[in-house]
Design a protein around this ligand. Structure first.
Ligand SMILES: C[S@@+](CC[C@H](N)C(=O)[O-])C[C@H]1O[C@@H](n2cnc3c(N)ncnc32)[C@H](O)[C@@H]1O
Length: 241
């Protein structure tokens, strides 16, 4: 499996995670997951682990696992783990095209942020997900829609920035200036991603397309919301009984 683009993207990915739109996506996923006591949470395509590290502050979860097939993404997760030592957090370098190594009906929450668009057979992965979640388990997907563009996301960042206090605006601006070399990597990686979309290797979803994929799996739609001016869809799924 060719992970070259993601290995390169990993070097700058934390700049993207520090952006306000990404923070908004994470907050929306956390809101939709809800606050309950969970045993196990699984992040499919965890990237550099930003979402898992913020979730793992919640000690109500006994075990959290992040899976990603990119060496550099997982290496950055492991570095953060050395620093923050979250006992309930584990990372695995594996492809999420095959989840047979996870026991059936063993997971409470499975979520995946910005990853499904890169899968060649998303319905196959979702069918596997339906097997590994518990009967009352929840699946949450965050997907870029056809309205998504890197420049529109930059505009969203600026619009969210104007809502912060002046001191936070200055701090955020300063931090992004320091992160400028990483933003260059993010920009180049996104150019390659849009090329891959144009060639059909990656897919952006509208409501109809995503429902068709869900219908192919053994999951059903519980809730769907749009955020960031319709550029991202957050979808909550349950397991067909
Ligand atoms: C756009 S990043 C999203 C990262 C993270 N979920 C976030 O939102 O910060 C997509 C991630 O999916 C991973 N990925 C793509 N296809 C994958 C596959 N088949 N198996 C495992 N990971 C995959 C990439 O390595 C990358 O880290």
């Amino acid at each position: 499996m060719n992970t070259m683009l993601w290995e390169f993207y990993a070097l700058g990915y934390d700049a993207l995670c520090a952006s306000l739109p990404h923070k908004k996506i994470r907050e929306s996923v956390i809101r939709i997951i809800g606050e309950k006591k969970y045993d196990t949470i699984l992040d499919l395509g965890c990237g550099t682990g930003t979402m898992l590290f913020s979730l793992s502050r919640n000690n109500e979860v006994s075990k959290m696992v992040g899976i990603d097939f990119t060496w550099t993404m997982i290496a950055i997760c492991q570095l953060k783990q050395l620093l923050w030592q979250r006992a309930n957090l584990h990372f695995m370098r594996k492809s999420i095209n095959n989840l047979d190594f996870i026991s059936e009906s063993s997971i409470d929450i499975v979520y995946s942020i910005n990853t499904l668009f890169a899968l060649p057979h998303p319905a196959t992965t979702l069918t596997k997900v339906s097997k590994i979640i518990k009967d009352d388990g929840v699946v949450v997907l965050a997907l870029p829609t056809e309205k998504f563009s890197f420049t529109k996301m930059a505009k969203e960042h600026i619009s969210l920035l104007t809502k912060l206090t002046l001191i936070n605006q200055i701090l955020n601006f300063g931090a992004n200036l320091l992160l400028l070399p990483l933003w260059l990597i993010v920009g180049i990686a996104n150019l390659f991603i849009s090329l891959k979309e144009k060639r059909g290797s990656y897919t952006t979803y509208d409501k109809k397309k995503v429902i068709a994929v869900i219908d192919e799996s053994e999951l059903y739609l519980k809730e769907m919301i749009e955020i960031l001016s319709g550029q991202m869809m957050i979808i909550k799924l349950g397991k067909n009984k």
